[in-house]
Design a protein around this ligand. Structure first.
Ligand code: B16
Ligand code: MG
Length: 214
């Protein structure tokens, strides 16, 4: 019996995954690295610095830690510029209703994102108060596929991992959810989500009644 739903943020609640891609692509262009949507799949759910490492690896570039910090900071500045255009209407269709329906059913709600900007994003969307706990990239040591972010979220809401379901759009996130001993709903169309217990094209396609079939 599911008692809690844990939501990833980027790509599950709002299309900030697009902003991450645009900001990384802008940096990759400056570095002369070819970077498309295909390569971007590897960056989803992983930390900012790990994402930069993947881009540098793609371009065969080595750099000092100081230089890497500068590039990561630059990417984040661009990302935050895009994020600050977000409005409550930018939540993916059906997500607000799903969160409210789950609350009516007394299901605990948590947000578990690798992003250090997660609090900023949910405030802009006007949904911060809907969550019983928010765990973000500032609170964890290991990012997905490590289960830390989900286990911490379960701990904060006081629900055993086996009664939690995670909504995830990234392969690394699905792996993290399964490693945490949780159920997982994959969001998107990529075959990489196949390991999830159920896959929906968008989060809004999931109904609160569907929890019973998991
Ligand atoms: P930031 P999620 C993740 O968020 C993104 O999927 C990933 O692409 C990004 O690199 C990571 O957050 C860190 O984000 O640079 O804002 O700290 O999908 O776990 O909500
Ligand atoms: Mg995501």
């Amino acid at each position: 019996m599911i008692q809690a739903c844990i939501f990833d943020l980027d790509g599950v609640i709002v299309d900030t995954a697009r902003f991450h891609f645009l900001a990384w692509q802008r940096l990759a262009r400056e570095l002369g690295v070819s970077f498309s949507e295909k390569e971007n799949e590897r960056l989803k759910g992983v930390s900012r610095m790990q994402s930069l490492e993947i881009i540098l690896e793609l371009g065969g570039i080595s750099a000092s830690d100081e230089q890497k910090e500068k590039w990561a900071t630059q990417k984040n500045q661009w990302f935050v510029e895009y994020v600050d255009t977000l409005l409550p209407k930018d939540i993916f269709p059906g997500v607000h209703k799903l969160l409210e329906d789950l609350k009516i059913k007394k299901i605990k709600l948590a947000l578990a994102s690798s992003s250090k900007n997660a609090q900023r994003v949910i405030k802009l969307l006007g949904i911060a108060s809907l969550f019983d706990a928010v765990v973000d990239g500032t609170m964890i040591k290991k990012s997905k596929p490590d289960p830390e972010v989900f286990l911490l979220a379960a701990q904060r809401i006081g629900v055993d991992p086996s009664y939690c379901v995670v909504f995830e759009d990234a392969e690394a996130g699905v792996e993290a959810a399964l490693a945490a001993g949780m159920k997982c709903v994959g969001v998107g169309q990529v075959t990489a989500l196949r390991k999830a217990h159920r896959v929906v094209v968008t989060t809004g396609d999931f109904r609160s009644e569907d929890l019973e079939g998991l």
